[in-house]
Design a protein around this ligand. Structure first.
Ligand SMILES: Cc1ncc(COP(=O)(O)O)c(C=O)c1O
Length: 380
């Protein structure tokens, strides 16, 4: 008989736990693709910013991509590399530092490029500049994750000529997809932007390539990349997956604090919160795998899983457990390393709003501003 409480008795609860062997195994696969296809693969921090293992990641990959100044600094400090940086918009007061911390800056609009490009180049003359383009095609069914939907703000939709000073293009239109989807996205991209490729040095094909999942046909991807390189032999090809690096590499351990009755079914009160620690379960929404349990009502030990926040909807379920669950038992949520952890800290490294007060005389006082150190110290 399996007792949930015996899974990890020595790990204090709650905890996100990464398993080193599992991430090394993912990184081995990515390194194989990188070497066989002759491309660069970099880590997208937006999915996985656990900088304590960046030295391991650096053993296998070519560097990393940042979505903000804070992520770029983390890459610089912890990987010893300058970042490939892309964000939908850059703040004027950050561009000097961003230019210093980056090897590539990708702009979401030509307007941002014309406003900031020249200034950035005076700070770092080695900087390469790219534009994010939108291929207008994707196979992502959930709008929340679809950068190619009709109203998407991500990437420009047409470009007649390569602007002066731009030497690369970037697209990102996949999410947990395979190489066959990539092939169709590439067709759409080439149809819109293929006329520019002869004048460029690099093409960054974004993330969403779930290369490390069990059904992914790695050899098909390699053939697709080799064929792209045969057509554009001068182009450096870059892929920047995030999920694929940390895919199924760890779990979130929680503990049952109480078991209560509701008119519908029993509910476990856990020492975690879905809204605070696994927000994508509610946003998407999706039901994560729980060890020793199945989503659904079939079976004798069916429970709702309740978070410990005050939000009425901070719960998931129903889940059917192999055994009766008791106070003190562990509940292990699988595959909680990519995206989950970064979502509960400072997602994308986006600057946290100040906290301030307008007093009775109408004067504003900043009580607290958040810094790079705040971002970094929420992670490890
Ligand atoms: C521009 C860009 N690059 C890379 C990624 C990483 O994608 P994934 O973690 O799905 O591989 C994302 C994810 O949103 C992205 O927006």
């Amino acid at each position: 008989m399996i007792k949930q409480k015996y899974y990890y008795p020595n790990i204090p609860s709650p905890a996100y736990v990464l398993e080193e062997q599992k991430i090394r195994s993912n990184l081995e696969k990515l390194k194989y693709v990188r070497e066989k296809a002759g491309i660069e693969i970099i880590l997208a921090l937006k999915a996985f910013s656990m900088w304590s293992v960046f030295p391991i990641v650096r053993e296998y990959l070519d560097g990393a991509t940042a979505s903000s100044l804070f992520e770029a600094k983390t890459i610089f400090d912890e990987m010893g590399e300058k970042a490939h940086t892309y964000a939908p918009g850059y703040r004027e007061d950050e561009i000097d530092e961003l230019a210093r911390m980056s090897q590539t800056i990708i702009f979401n609009s030509l307007d941002q490029y014309y406003r900031f490009g020249k200034k950035m180049k005076t700070v770092n003359s080695q900087l390469a500049f790219g534009i994010r383009v939108n291929p207008g095609y994707s196979e992502i069914e959930t709008d929340l994750y679809n950068p190619a939907s009709p109203g998407s703000r991500l990437g420009i939709r047409s470009l007649e000529n390569v602007p002066d000073g731009i030497n690369g293009l970037h697209f990102h239109a996949l999410c947990e997809n395979n190489s066959y989807t990539l092939s169709r996205v590439l067709d759409a991209f080439e149809e819109r932007f293929g006329h520019l490729l002869d004048q460029l040095d690099w093409l960054n094909m974004g993330g969403g390539h779930l290369i490390t999942s069990s059904g992914y046909e790695i050899e098909h991807l390699i053939q697709l990349l080799l064929s792209l390189k045969r057509r554009y032999s001068h182009l450096k090809i870059i892929m920047e997956p995030g999920s694929a690096i940390a895919w199924q590499t760890g779990f979130l351990k929680s503990t049952v604090m109480d078991v209560i009755d509701t008119p519908m079914r029993k509910c476990l009160i856990l020492d975690i919160s879905f809204t605070a620690h696994m927000p994508d379960c509610l946003e998407m929404p999706y039901n994560p795998e729980v060890r020793g349990a199945k989503y659904g009502t079939e079976g004798n030990h069916v429970y709702q899983l309740g978070g410990t926040s005050c939000l009425a909807g901070d719960q998931l379920g129903p889940y059917s457990f192999e055994n009766e669950v008791k106070v003190g038992d562990e509940v292990i949520f699988e595959d909680m390393i990519h995206y989950t952890m970064v979502k509960t800290t400072m997602f994308n490294g986006v600057r946290h709003p100040d906290i301030g007060i307008i007093n009775g005389r109408g004067e504003y006082r900043v009580q607290r501003s958040f810094t790079y150190e705040d971002f970094k110290s929420r992670l490890s």
